[in-house]
Design a protein. Structure first.
Length: 324
């Protein structure tokens, strides 16, 4: 959520806005949405922190662009969410009512990167959320944390994993860090939204479909998926209600990455070639284990929210991609 490559904090502020892509402040009307960029690919670290600035590359993933459609005045000043003083200064300056954190280190080209960069991964995925938790609690701020369903393995006997189920997958350092933060935050008044394999119809290199296109062998194990525009609608609804606690936000039904590529070949590029990869064969191409899981959405349904079936959304996306 991978959607969290570029971390975001969403701030509802009184009377201030930062123009998108710029850090200069200017006066505007009250109660506009502001996104605070905390780019951990572009954090305020010195060379002696052990991170080469040449590796700090920022881009804007699909979820941010979708958030901007719901919050059209969203903008991005810069901060490192793991820097207590930096976060405190931003919060005290902006005086927000809402904070949304989408920060995470997922690695490039995939989570195998995290196995060799554990310090940086911990910095983004655990230290950052804990700093935000502390600073937001001090100021009695409502805040939202974008999490992941990659802390589970399997389908839980066909039921899917509920929000209350403890994590059962620790096969990658990335998943460990997401589980650690997830399990701490659930005991506090935070809205935690779990996504799973998010996708949309963009051509961004960070979109799931475009990432799958780069692989010759594609895993054929069924998972829950999240269509990003549906996720944004759900997030908007729950934020307006000021809900707290953990919510799984995935579309109905399950599908495998291999089936996604079959749909891509059918609707978009008939000559696209790829091979089936089984779970037993995964260690041949991946350094770290991969979560493959199904999430339950019963809690979301109790809020009166039911997302469309994933196959419907995928077909819509493929038809749109075929027109681009």
């Amino acid at each position: 959520m991978d959607i969290c490559v570029i971390p975001l904090i969403c701030l509802l502020v009184e009377g201030l806005r930062v123009p998108f892509g710029d850090c200069r402040l200017r006066r505007v009307r009250a109660n506009e949405i502001v996104f605070l960029e905390a780019p951990l690919h572009q954090v305020s670290l010195r060379r002696d922190d052990g991170i080469d600035p040449a590796d700090l590359v920022a881009d804007f993933p699909g979820e941010f662009e979708w958030f901007r459609q719901v919050f059209p005045d969203a903008v991005l000043p810069s901060a490192d969410i793991a820097d207590c003083q930096g976060v405190a200064e931003v919060l005290d300056h902006e005086k927000p009512d809402i904070v949304i954190n989408a920060a995470a280190k997922t690695g490039r080209p995939n989570i195998d990167w995290c196995e060799d960069h554990k310090r940086e991964t911990l910095h983004s995925n655990v230290t950052g959320p804990l700093v935000l938790l502390d600073e937001c609690l001090k100021r009695d701020l409502y805040w939202v944390h974008l999490s992941s369903g990659c802390i589970y393995q399997g389908d839980n006997g066909g039921k899917g994993f509920a929000e209350s189920d403890p994590p059962n997958f620790f096969g990658s350092f990335y998943s460990k860090t997401k589980a650690w933060a997830d399990q701490i935050l659930k005991d506090f008044p935070v809205l935690v939204l779990r996504l799973r394999m998010p996708f949309d119809d963009t051509r961004s290199e960070r979109s799931l479909i475009n990432k799958l296109l780069k692989y010759r062998r594609v895993l054929d194990v069924k998972n829950s998926f999240t269509y990003l525009p549906d996720f944004i609608d759900v997030a908007h609804t729950l934020i307006k209600k000021r809900r707290t606690g953990v919510f799984n936000v995935v579309n109905g039904g399950i599908v495998s990455p291999y089936e996604v590529m079959e749909m891509y070949k059918k609707f978009v590029q008939k000559d696209h070639e790829f091979e089936r990869l089984t779970l037993d064969q995964l260690p041949e191409v991946a350094k770290a284990g991969r979560s493959n899981c199904v999430l339950s959405t019963e809690k979301l349904k109790r809020e009166g929210i039911t997302l469309p079936d994933v196959h419907q959304r995928l077909e819509e996306v493929m038809r749109k991609l075929s027109e681009k």
